[in-house]
Design a protein around this ligand. Structure first.
Ligand code: GAL
Length: 749
């Protein structure tokens, strides 16, 4: 039976690789680090993006148990950016090109059993090597560096299972079927009969199937296929009910055995010329792109933080899909998408540039590595097999499509372009339609884009972004236009049945190269900032959910008389899913029952309420803009007030808001959580122009990622604290220069 041991603690790291380091067993000059690890911790902005493009060296002393002596041992790397060369006791044992896909290196043939100090060395080249995608041209994001995902040790018998693929054909029939492919490795070419046992459980629940199968093997690798049918009482996986199942496949042959487990779901996902269907039901896709990047540590965030992003997208922004732009993302993120019902469009690494033949080989390898890693995730509904926004390259993309289809015939392919009339080699024409500049658009008709005379499966995979970069602390008018551009495109997508849906650019602001963004190495394209704090545009999405799930009411205003050009706050756009709202200004009689603007936004589920001069009371008009007053906006659902928003006419700093996403962390491996700090006024609204300084003091077994003194820019800031392998109580003290201290406690178990 296999044993899998997490190897993410107690690595030794040297930022400066020097030739010959892999030959030496010495750890002098190395610092102890835990994974996920970033090779260089960066400032928030205005840094030199070459700082992390270095060659560094990681070492791990291995002392394997005697009982592993006759077994097969692999080290499994989930992601090393960007080129890894692996050595054991000075001997080169393997390498991997590309930072987003996993790889395994077998170590037992090189292991010295006479020594208790075998040194595994990984030389990590994090430069933008032109032989590895996405590099070779310019790219609008940073790839960071280091062993930024987990590493584990896998100890196996001579016969073991290297992968399984679980397919669920004809899923809409009453009795369900499962088709399983099992890849068996037989390292020393034993000839033997094999017994397979397959079990299916509801995830964390009842067993629904158990069966045995026979086989035999003599070759070093063999694939087996099994069919299971007549399963009763199976629940489908979908967005609202993401029912998961777990399969266990056990193989026994001679003295050898192994068990492989994976989760899956029963669901059917299909893009058609008439839109997208999940389990036969039409679903309009409403999504955002996500970069897996964070301030200071880049990509190197542990499980909990990866999961939190999925949670934000699904349960805060109420999206139904995320595109993993522009590369395969953390398995923890994808697992969470499975668990909460967030659809995923996953794609290979790349950005516009296509390299030479050697480079293209890595592209093909990336397609394969992505698909064999992720094919059992029910959340993934489409494989992206083009370099994002590259020109047509029929030879390359015929090959990537063929690889995807032969590995996984159950999913369609897409390939993101921004060019029109591109050759339709994929199953879905996935288009970055940036036509909307405030006037044109908001979207093109698909045939105008594809150049075809008939409709095909079609999805918009980006819009907005660089067309209207907007900071969380930008001027109110700009933020209104930013929000409305997102809303207009979504509305257009909803109105066009031949568009499967639209995925906006982008969920979160992200660090980038000097050639992009605001010059400070940030692209402020998010509907949330890098700390995942909402801009107004976030509410254009958040409000598109039933008030039964969560009532939403967010006026796009800082509520002040002179922030906008000429003054006032009109037109006042209020993102809400309420039936109607009441608006009260100062002591005036409230204006009752103002309804959403269904005329302008006939497509989206929940249009905003827009208050302009046609809505305001005559008397109120006289005062409007002369003297500022408090306001109350109340949202109604089924005749009852379900949400209320208050504004004060004279905001002052009143509350230091400090909240952690989690109050319990673990010490067994690196863990982290976000803490958000806001300076609020008397009504609980962020003071949008306060730039307070806060000091962060951490007492106990944790550390702050990034600096411990930060500016509360535009009234809010976030930071993450990470654990350091010790249990205990962590006291965090936040000191604001205007509002004093606040303490929170986190338990590390
Ligand atoms: C697209 C690109 C994205 C991002 C975006 C900014 O062209 O695919 O990665 O750069 O523009 O709007």
């Amino acid at each position: 039976m296999r044993e899998i041991l997490l190897m993410s603690n107690n690595w030794y790291y040297n930022k400066e690789y020097q030739e010959g380091m892999e030959k030496s067993g010495s750890l002098e000059g190395f610092e102890k680090v835990n994974l996920p690890h970033t090779n260089v911790e960066l400032p928030y902005n205005y840094f030199n993006e070459e700082d992390f493009q270095i060659v560094s060296c990681y070492k791990y002393p291995l002392d394997l148990k005697e009982e592993y002596k006759d077994r097969i041992v692999y080290v499994h790397f989930e992601g090393v950016m960007a080129y890894a060369k692996v050595y054991l006791n000075g001997e080169f044992i393997g390498e991997h090109k590309g930072g987003y896909t996993p790889f395994d290196i077998r170590i037992d043939p090189y292991y010295d059993w006479s020594s208790s100090n075998n040194i595994l060395t990984v030389v990590v080249d994090s430069s933008e090597r032109s032989d590895i995608p996405p590099f070779g041209g310019q790219i609008d994001y940073l790839t960071y560096g280091g062993i930024y995902r987990d590493v584990s040790l896998g100890v196996y018998d001579d016969i073991f299972i290297s992968n399984i693929k679980i397919e669920t054909p004809d899923v809409l029939e009453d009795k369900k079927k499962v088709h399983v492919k099992v890849w068996v490795d037989n390292i020393n070419s034993h000839t033997c009969d094999l017994d397979f046992e397959i079990k299916i459980n509801e995830y964390q629940g009842e067993e629904v199937y158990k069966g045995s199968f026979k086989g035999s093997i003599e070759e070093t690798k063999k694939t087996f296929e099994f069919d299971i049918d007549n399963l009763e009482g199976i629940k489908l996986w979908d967005i609202d009910n993401p029912n998961l199942y777990e399969m266990s496949v056990t193989v026994t042959g001679g003295d050898f055995s192994d068990e492989y487990r994976d989760r899956f779901g029963f669901r059917k996902a299909e893009f058609t010329p008439k839109g997208f269907f999940l389990n036969g039901k039409h679903v309009k896709i409403r999504g955002l792109n996500r970069h897996q990047a964070f301030p200071y540590v880049g990509y190197a965030m542990p499980k909990r933080v990866q999961e939190k992003d999925a949670d934000i997208l699904k349960n805060d922004l109420h999206l139904n899909l995320v595109r993993t732009s522009h590369y395969p993302q953390s398995k923890h993120f994808l697992n969470k998408c499975d668990e909460i019902g967030l659809l995923v469009f996953e794609e290979i690494p790349g950005w516009q540039h296509i390299g030479d033949d050697e480079w293209k080989e890595v592209v093909k390898q990336n397609v394969e590595e992505m698909i064999v890693r992720d094919w059992n995730h029910p959340s993934i509904i489409l494989w992206g097999v083009r370099i994002n926004e590259s020109q047509d390259d029929d030879e390359l993309y015929t090959a990537t499509n063929a690889i995807a289809r032969s590995l996984d015939s159950t999913r369609q392919t897409g390939g993101v372009r921004y060019i029109t009339g591109s050759n339709m080699l994929e199953d879905v024409y996935t288009m970055n339609d940036f036509i909307h500049d405030g006037v044109r658009g908001p979207l093109r008709k698909q045939q105008e884009v594809t150049g075809l005379d008939h409709d095909v499966p079609y999805m918009v995979t980006e819009y907005n972004g660089h067309m209207y970069p907007t900071k969380r602390f930008d001027q109110e008018e700009r933020q209104m236009e930013h929000s409305l551009r997102h809303l207009r495109v979504q509305n257009a997508s909803y109105l066009d049945d031949s568009i499967s849906g639209a995925i906006g650019w982008v969920a979160f602001d992200y660090n980038t190269h000097k050639d992009f963004g605001a010059g400070d190495r940030i692209c402020y394209h998010g509907v949330m900032d890098m700390f995942r704090i909402h801009k107004f545009a976030a509410y254009a999405y958040k409000s598109q959910v039933s008030p039964e799930v969560e009532p939403v009411l967010q006026p796009v205003t800082f509520w002040t008389r002179g922030e906008r050009s000429i003054g006032g706050v009109l037109p006042l756009v209020i993102f809400t899913n309420c039936d109607y709202i009441d608006f009260q200004y100062g002591d005036f009689e409230p204006i009752r029952k103002i309804y959403p603007d269904r005329q302008t936004y006939a497509g989206i589920p929940y249009p905003p309420v827009v208050i302009d001069l046609s809505v305001l009371d005559e008397k109120m008009l006289g005062l409007w803009g002369m003297k500022w007053e408090d306001a109350v906006i109340r949202g109604y659902y089924k005749g009852e007030v379900v949400i209320e928003k208050r504004f004060t006419k004279a905001p002052v700093p009143t509350e230091l808001y400090v909240e952690a996403d989690d109050t319990e962390l673990v010490s067994t491996q690196k863990d982290a959580t976000r803490i958000v700090v806001k300076i609020l006024d008397q009504c609980g609204n962020i003071l949008p122009f306060i730039d307070d300084i806060i000091k962060i003091k951490v007492d106990g077994p944790a550390r702050v990622q990034g600096p411990s003194e930060v500016v509360v820019k535009g009234g809010a800031v976030g930071f993450w604290i990470e654990t350091v392998n010790e249990p205990g109580v962590v006291n965090i003290e936040i000191t604001s220069s205007v509002l004093g201290k606040k303490k929170i406690t986190i338990n590390v178990k």
